[in-house]
Design a protein around this ligand. Sequence first.
Ligand code: PMP
Length: 311
Amino acid sequence: MIDSLNKDRIIWFKGELIKASEAKVHVLSPTAQYGLNAFEGLRGYWSDKYNNLFIFRLDEHLERLQKSCQILGITSPYDNKEITEATIKVLHANTFRCDVSIRVTLFVDGEGGWSSSNPVNMFIAPIAKPRSDINLENGKKGMISSFERINDHSMPPRAKVGANYINSRYAYLEAQALSFDFPIMLDRMGKVSESSGSCLMMLRDGVLVTPPNTASIVESITRNTILEISKKLNYETEVRSVDKAELYSADEIFLCGTTAEIIPIISIDNYIIGDGVTGSFTKKIYNEYLNVVTGSEPNWLTAVWKNSKKC
Ligand code: PMP
């Protein structure tokens, strides 16, 4: 079902709706040669209750996209209203009435080099993708990476730029080669930063703790959402520097991100976290997160269909 939905998927490409397989980018473009692009990964969740597809925190994602462009030194030819309209248009074109993942990318096009700043073009590519509940029972093994997280002395990590993900790649490949699931990178100061494509949260002595935005992390919308959810559930939260050994002695750890959603981590460097299984706090947060993304926080949701009917 999902495969057939995605086979002929349509993307928004330079102002047109075309098949993903027909989109062409110049091999000598800065985006192809150097990863010179700013992008966002969005999620849309199907709600049975509201009979609609909701994009989660679209405005916040688009604001971050504009900030990434600013840091990268490129200018988006589209404002957030235009990107929102294009996003809804391409979801309509695909008739998606299911959970989706959406990539919005502003890329430096044409023949050029690493210092080029234009022309900037955009594509929006949605794909049907079910939520990853499966992660919840299968806790993952983390390791402290030997790769340091990029930082403002080299490549600002808060800009979501294609080229930054080569840092993620090295850390992830190392973790996989050593039979772990995910890397946890440290920042320049040796404090816990984040994973390859997600932020880290830990429960320690009943307090939810996560590194600050100045720990070389992406300013994560999911992390922000989970902090809000936890406060509403009356948990104490702390945004502060985290030491590696605090992870070894945490009660629960999970990774979070728009695509990653919530991934329980049951060991770090083979130190068992808590009881070595997904903790009850992590499960509670996951369930509440699902409620929020499927309808319980309307302010954070952009409805895709006007008069929706279930597929
Ligand atoms: N860190 C990195 C490196 C990421 O790629 C992501 C995913 N965008 C995140 C953290 C989580 O950010 P968000 O919750 O906004 O998806």
